[in-house]
Design a protein around this ligand. Structure first.
Ligand code: FPP
Length: 236
């Protein structure tokens, strides 16, 4: 089986998972966070190189104050757990998105975890927090405009690579496969530049129920796809 080098996942359906069990939404997010930890270890064991998870979008601030604050507390817990159990984890981790809007203590913990995990040898985990593709591209364009204004590059020198290199995902290969759970079939402002040629896989499984076996089904489906990147595969 051909394993993609990088898989991106939109973790959707925590709220519905909780609702089905008459539990508060927060319990769905908590289960979702536990599932995230488990799936990362399973993907590491599988030998995957990169995995990116959509944890909080630039649009998620529109949710109730209570839900946003609960999600931020869950993130604190998640980061604390990573700081405490650093020795038991083999993966590397970083964060994409605009960190500047997150609470200062969260930003500090993110930097610390990234640093602590930087010498690890396993899968590279990328967590999207306050991430939106339009926001990411806007920030990249602003950087380029600043460089042009400073005379460091000229507009005619701007290529796709100039943009790619100024995105939060700089240096990371594009995901070959995108998975979205819970039956929704939207991109929701996730990695729009990076997913230009990726295969999409949608499953009805809600995120807290999504296991490594489900990920393998997505990989099987990926293996059956004819990837042409806009060209033609000649019949030999
Ligand atoms: C979508 O489910 C999920 C989110 C908006 C949050 C994703 C967060 C986690 C999986 C856990 C937290 C992770 C970290 C790193 C702290 P939804 O609430 O939109 O579900 P619904 O569509 O069923 O209501």
């Amino acid at each position: 089986m051909n394993l993609p080098e990088h898989i991106a996942i939109i973790m959707d359906g925590n709220g519905r998972w909780a609702k089905k069990r008459l539990l508060p939404r927060m319990m769905g997010h908590r289960k979702g966070s536990e599932n995230l930890k488990k799936l990362i270890n399973d993907c590491d064991a599988l030998g995957l190189k990169h995995i990116t998870f959509y944890a909080f979008s630039t649009e998620n601030w529109k949710r109730s104050e209570e839900e946003v604050s609960n999600l931020m507390d869950l993130l604190r817990e998640y980061l604390n757990d990573h700081i405490k159990n650093e020795k038991d984890n083999n993966f590397k981790i970083d964060f994409i998105g605009d960190m500047s809007r997150l609470a200062p203590d969260i930003q500090e913990k993110m930097l610390l975890v990234k640093e602590l995990y930087s010498s690890h040898k396993g899968i590279f985990v990328h967590i999207a927090m306050n991430y939106g593709s339009r926001d990411e591209i806007t920030r990249a364009v602003r950087k380029i405009a600043d460089e042009v204004a400073a005379g460091e590059i000229s507009p005619s020198e701007i290529t796709e690579k100039t943009i790619t290199d100024r995105l939060d995902t700089q240096g990371v290969p594009d995901p070959e496969l995108l998975i979205r759970t819970s039956g929704e079939q939207r991109l929701s402002n996730f990695l729009m530049w990076q997913l230009a040629y990726s295969e999409f896989y949608f499953t009805d499984k809600l995120w807290p129920d999504f296991r490594i076996e489900d990920l393998m089904k997505a990989v099987e489906s990926f293996n059956g796809r004819d990837r042409r990147f806009g060209g033609r595969n000649e019949v030999k």
